[in-house]
Design a protein around this ligand. Structure first.
Ligand SMILES: Cc1cc2nc3c(=O)[nH]c(=O)nc-3n(C[C@H](O)[C@H](O)[C@H](O)COP(=O)(O)O)c2cc1C
Length: 350
């Protein structure tokens, strides 16, 4: 039973220690600790009451509109512990069919001056079987009404022409365990992945996924919404084609956006030249631009999840004003800590 108030340790006390570590070491230490301590009394060290602001999107009942973005908990090991921070929804993954190590380290960098990160992790994860076992172990978050999204991708070793096979394996595996499934075609760290966002490739992928989804819905007696996650580095014409293709294949919603490959906002700062996806404050405006274009192209009522550079309640509001129905955070959590979840959820609560 969550407490009605927070005993959480102020992040101002833990952040200097974590920021003294290599970013990926800090990440591993934090997730490892959450995995061990979740669902124990020690969870009060970071747990916070959840802001109640229920909303129905894509037929799902979200307890509030703030979610955790994919990639923080790639293996789905910390769903309950992260959920205790007050999120209305948690998205875990990206999971690939087979376990893979990802790119060589170092592969994650802080640009503290801009509340930003660059990562080129490359879908490091323990594979679909381990992921599903972890997801099945999660209890308290979903029991308390939290919504769980499972995010799927392709293995690096799978040629791009066979990408559809990996997504179908992922969909088959996660379908019975998900409240929604996200099809991630926008990570910059898997070669050619973003090519799946273009016309014929997207059409073929979504056609195959939608056909399989119909079969899975019949088999499991439940239709699970499917969302597609796109990049911020798209022009208006590309966004228009994507929007039309989403509609054509009955995709239930779109997540905008992933990290950016642009570097103009961080030019000259330490680590700015590192290869990978840039997240945090510098992707705030680029992602808002894509959300506005999507809303224009898709019209009112089509579910859009806004993500990119939310570091405050005001930034979360701006995502909704740009056209988002729900908002996710990742990098803001690293810089601001769990109190950002409450701040952002309150800012959106009517
Ligand atoms: C270290 C790191 C790893 C990420 N891994 C994934 C991933 O596996 N799948 C995915 O869909 N997005 C991934 N993302 C992208 C985030 O989910 C989010 O879309 C992006 O970072 C923009 O939001 P933010 O500025 O709040 O971080 C990752 C981001 C970061 C910083």
């Amino acid at each position: 039973m969550p407490l009605p108030f927070s005993l959480a340790v102020p992040y101002a006390l833990t952040r200097p220690f974590l920021f003294g570590l290599d970013p990926e070491a800090a990440h591993d230490l934090t997730l490892g600790s959450i995995a061990r301590l979740q669902n124990t009394p020690a969870q009060c060290l970071w747990a916070q009451p959840r802001v109640a602001d229920p909303v129905t999107v894509a037929g799902l009942h979200f307890p509030n509109r703030i979610g955790l973005a994919a990639g923080l908990d790639k293996n789905g090991q910390c769903i309950d512990g992260l959920g205790a921070m007050g999120f209305g929804f948690i998205e875990v993954g990206t999971v690939t069919p087979l376990a893979q190590p990802g790119n060589a380290k170092p592969r994650m960098f802080r640009i503290t001056e801009r509340q930003a990160l660059i990562n080129r992790l490359g879908f490091n994860n323990g594979g679909l079987a381990a992921f599903i076992a972890n997801v099945q172990r999660a209890r308290s978050f979903r029991r308390a009404g939290g919504i769980l999204g499972l995010n799927i991708g392709k293995n690096a070793a799978t040629p791009i022409e066979r990408a559809v096979d990996d997504y179908l394996l992922g969909l088959d595996g996660v379908y019975p365990h998900a409240d929604y499934v996200t099809v991630n075609i926008s990570s910059p760290n898997t070669q050619d992945l973003r090519a799946l966002q273009s016309d014929e490739a997207l059409d073929a992928l979504l056609s195959a996924l939608n056909t399989r989804r119909a079969a899975l819905a019949a088999k499991h007696g439940r239709s699970v919404p499917m969302f597609v996650k796109i990049a911020p580095d798209l022009d208006e014409a590309q966004v228009g084609v994507i929007a039309a293709t989403l509609r054509k294949h009955g995709i239930d919603g779109v997540i905008a956006t992933n990290t950016t490959i642009a570097r103009d906002a961080v030019q000259g700062l330490p680590h700015a030249a590192e290869i990978g996806g840039l997240s945090g404050d510098p992707v705030f405006e680029p992602s808002n631009r894509v959300i506005r274009l999507l809303r224009k192209a898709l019209g009112a009522g089509y579910p859009i999840i806004g993500v990119g550079g939310v570091t405050s309640g005001a930034a979360a509001r701006a995502k909704v004003e740009a056209g988002a129905d729900l908002v996710q955070i990742y990098t803001g959590l690293i810089y601001k800590g769990p109190s950002l979840v409450t701040e952002a959820a309150r800012a959106l609560a009517r």
